[in-house]
Design a binder for this molecule. Structure first.
Ligand code: HC1
Length: 572
């Protein structure tokens, strides 16, 4: 430890901490803007300046390490004045359309201006004017609101290793964008939306598709149904001020029925179906000497990353459509027949924690009988916006169950929402098929948790299954490179977002002041595993809805009909 003084308070703190961290431990708040723990610690914005006795200039506390005897002042007049001028300069070149900004009241710049008591901007002068980049099906980039904090650049380059946005030019002309001023739609962006999750302002946002859904809901010719992804239920409450990790499944279903959807379905049901199809694919490849490992295909950001960067692994991908696409295809075939509804009149909305799902739904190969499987994808945030617009008091809603005839999922379906969940769900089923008996212990804790890469080897029926799980595209890259160097697995789960869908690019955005010190991934995943533990059925192959579907329609997993409707192919 070292001895330091902050604002006259004597402290003993761990060596290696930054001044910002030490102050936080002592409950002394230093404002930050570009800082995001472990992701963007570059001291660029100068909001966290502090005065250090004996130092020549004010120092950025987020990158300045503590050392013996440091005497620090976080609120001296020079510090306050410097922070204020810096913020006013940032504001002077920021498009201040706060009233209509998607991030209004969830904007770190707005909050800081309020905190620093800025009531007028002294430096009105020249401002940059940029064209909106809204060509991507998933992400809109508005440079007029960018404050050059570079969190998105760090996320895209260092965490996801996608590297399609970077800083360019210098001085007043400094900007963040794609090479040659291309649109995100023209570069190998995976649409993961992690850049949006870390943007402190409204410079990055999802493409808002709520109007399309309102229009469909108002069209009496259409049968408009909605499905919700596993990870939405454990995060949507945050949009209504509820604590991180609150399970809101019943309230979410109530709110969606109140919005006017004819049916509210659970994507988890299709996740169970995915396990049946993907599990069969794995067992067939193991038995028949097919291409191993089988790599999961539910994360569209990961699929696009693979298509651009690792085409040599495309044959390893499971041919299964992702669960929500499977569900869409089911609704326009099996359900349409069962309910005697013209499939062309069925309008499927998916509520997903993901921005890449918007891009996925638009892929032409994801259709059945010429109809797109899914018509519109909304993020968790957009769904919350619709609920607010309809004046629904979300927090006080009564719980409601998902609708029949496709309602009913297992714990295996819900854990898809956290990294390792698809693997665990698959192992719960594959184990029983290979052993030919039921298992009581179904919790595969080795594949749980937020570590970027996890491994497990299990033996069922004398067969060794080597499993690996990666979340975050940087970790996927590491895992794939190790496989190129000879590492061998039978089954691999990859999710584009760090921590899996619970931390998807479409989830509620928490500011750096929360995100830097609370692990959103762990809190939301805890709620997912609680939901699993509370469900009466926790294995996909025991789901009665799925059994019935095979009896009535598909005959058996991997059948010709199942392949026609539930499987797809990839593009080099
Ligand atoms: Fe996911 Fe999936 S788990 S991809 O993370 O396989 O988005 O939640 O819906 O489709 O089920 C996302 C989540 C989601 C699919 C499922």
């Amino acid at each position: 430890t070292v001895n330091i003084t902050i604002d006259g308070k004597k402290l003993q703190v761990e060596q290696g901490l930054t001044i910002l961290e030490a102050a936080r431990q002592a409950n002394i708040k230093i404002p930050t803007l570009c800082f995001l723990k472990d992701i963007n610690e570059i001291g660029a914005c100068r909001m966290c300046l502090v005065e250090i006795k004996g130092a020549r200039a004010l120092q950025a506390s987020c990158v300045y390490p503590v050392s013996e005897g440091l005497e620090i002042y976080t609120q001296s007049s020079s510090v306050r004045e410097a922070r204020k001028v810096t913020l006013e300069l940032i504001l002077s070149n920021h498009e201040k359309k706060c009233l209509t900004c998607v991030r209004s009241r969830n904007c770190e710049l707005q909050a800081l201006a309020d905190e620093l008591n800025i009531k007028e901007i002294r430096f009105e002068g020249e401002t940059n004017k940029y064209k909106l980049d809204d060509f991507s099906p998933s992400i809109v980039r508005d440079q007029n609101k960018c404050i050059l904090c570079r969190r998105c650049v760090s996320m895209c380059k260092n965490v996801q290793t996608v590297n399609v946005i970077s800083a360019a030019e210098r001085g007043f002309k400094s900007t963040v964008g794609c090479a040659f001023d291309l649109s995100l739609a023209e570069v190998p962006c995976t649409n993961c939306g992690q850049c949006i999750s870390v943007c402190p302002v409204g410079a990055l946002r999802e493409k808002d598709d709520t109007d399309k859904v309102w229009e469909a809901l108002g069209n009496s010719e259409l049968h408009v149904v909605v499905q919700t992804a596993p990870a939405v239920r454990v995060a949507i409450g945050e949009e209504f001020g509820m604590p991180i990790g609150t399970r809101c499944t019943g309230k979410m279903v109530s709110a969606l029925s109140q919005l006017g959807f004819a049916k509210v379905f659970d994507t988890d049901t299709a996740a169970d179906l995915t396990i049946m199809e993907e599990g069969t694919e794995l067992l067939n490849r193991i038995k028949n000497g097919g291409k191993l490992p089988v790599i999961t295909s539910c994360s569209p950001g990961w699929i696009k990353f693979c298509e651009h960067n690792y085409p040599e692994f495309l044959d390893n991908l499971s041919s299964c459509k992702s669960p929500h696409e499977m569900f869409g295809a089911l609704l326009k075939t099996y359900y349409a027949e069962k309910m005697e509804i013209d499939p062309a009149k069925i309008f499927v909305v998916s509520i997903m924690p993901c921005t890449a799902k918007k891009y996925e739904a638009a892929r032409p190969e994801l259709s059945a009988n010429g109809l797109a499987d899914v018509d519109v994808v909304l993020t968790t945030r957009e769904a919350a916006r619709m609920i607010k617009e309809a004046g629904i008091d979300f927090v006080n809603l009564e719980d409601k169950q998902f609708d029949d005839p496709m309602g009913g999922a297992t714990g295996a379906g819900v854990i898809f929402g956290a990294t390792g969940g698809v693997m665990e769900a698959a192992l719960r089923t594959v184990a029983e098929i290979l052993e030919g008996k039921a298992f009581d212990n179904i919790e595969y804790t080795a594949v749980r948790g937020i570590e970027g890469i996890k491994e497990a080897t299990v033996v069922f029926g004398g067969k060794k299954v080597r499993a690996a799980v990666a979340s975050g595209l940087g970790n996927a890259r590491k895992l794939l490179d190790s496989m190129k160097n000879g590492e061998r697995y039978d089954f691999v789960e990859i999710m584009a977002c760090p921590g899996g869908c619970v931390n998807g690019g479409g989830q509620p955005i928490q500011p750096s002041s929360v995100r830097s010190w609370t692990d959103l991934r762990a809190e939301r995943a805890k709620a997912i595993y609680e939901e699993d533990a509370n469900l009466p059925i926790r294995k996909s192959h025991e789901n009665p809805v799925i059994k019935k579907m095979y009896d009535e329609y598909f005959e058996k997993p991997g059948s010709h009909k199942a392949h026609e409707i539930l499987h797809t192919h990839y593009i080099v």
